[in-house]
Design a protein around this ligand. Sequence first.
Ligand SMILES: NC(=O)c1ccc[n+]([C@@H]2O[C@H](COP(=O)([O-])OP(=O)(O)OC[C@H]3O[C@@H](n4cnc5c(N)ncnc54)[C@H](O)[C@@H]3O)[C@@H](O)[C@H]2O)c1
Length: 328
Amino acid sequence: MKILIIGAAGMIGRKLLHRLAAEGEIGGQKIAGFTLADVIAPQAPPGLPARALTADLTIPGAAQTLIADRPDLIFHLAGIVSGEAEKNFEKGYQVNLDGTRALFEAIRREHEGSGYRPKLIFTSSVAVFGAPLPDVIGEDFLTAPLTSYGTQKAIAELLLADYSRRGFFDGIGIRLPTICIRPGAPNAAASGFFSNILREPLVGREAILPVPDTLRHWFASPRTAISFLVHAASLDTTALGPRRNLNMPGLSATVADAIDALKTVAGEDAVNLIRREPDEGITRMISAWARDFDASRAISLGFVGETSFEDIIRIHIEDELTGSAKPS
Ligand SMILES: NC(=O)c1ccc[n+]([C@@H]2O[C@H](COP(=O)([O-])OP(=O)(O)OC[C@H]3O[C@@H](n4cnc5c(N)ncnc54)[C@H](O)[C@@H]3O)[C@@H](O)[C@H]2O)c1
């Protein structure tokens, strides 16, 4: 099994590679080698059979080069996150839409020539849903995004379903919940504070909370997000039928739930490092985001999410704050 990871230098890409390298197999099949691609030079652990390519998916011909050795399994994780896609309209469409289409087209052309038909896992987002939202988003709720990022992901989902229907590849779109606790430095995602208010106090630093404690949202830990991708890779897609994009199971929790969990795991001193600086703009934006989902389809297909914020915090401590060889 040859694996291509696009977006391999990103947070999810590095963690996915780390797990696959440690396990050496996926879905019972031995991994023969990796191609790692990103605009930022991807790092392969020493001794791993991997070629690391610095590649921009939006450059004509780049996608063709990436699939030149016909990987059996492709993880398409490359993307511009929500905040940046909203600020930089052109870049968001170039990477999240045109880059994705370029990849899909390169695979289609290879398919037309040789019958090549890889499995393709695409990271979508709950941003494909837009307000007004019900308290719990059901499996049949329409995708009507209200951000450029959500629109780009929704278009990519449609393309994925159609290219799969036509048999060019075997695709699955994984609508990830907001990943929390995101390790490392804060990124341009508008949801960054959800991670900041836990990650920073855990190491004795202050963090700013711009929204009310009552605000509810939908979460998964990075470790669980990686498990979703690994599970998707070994899933028999006939069980999906034509609906190739799946809401992942997550944890529906308020900011107050997250802070209570921080208190349980790290004590009152950590909680006191959260500084409340209400920001009306951020509050307005996040209040329009999804709060809870019925993810029964994914659950019936074997995807498993978190059930408590304490678990999310403990996973961060285990994966990021103890041991030394783990990627952030
Ligand atoms: N982290 C989350 O909460 C979350 C939630 C839902 C969906 N997602 C999606 O999951 C994927 C991975 O997220 P992440 O948190 O690891 O983000 P990330 O920003 O850490 O990683 C994305 C990677 O894509 C790379 N990239 C950007 N433009 C590229 C291009 N033109 N060509 C090649 N590579 C390019 C970036 O350099 C980066 O390393 C993204 O598609 C994101 O939209 C993430």
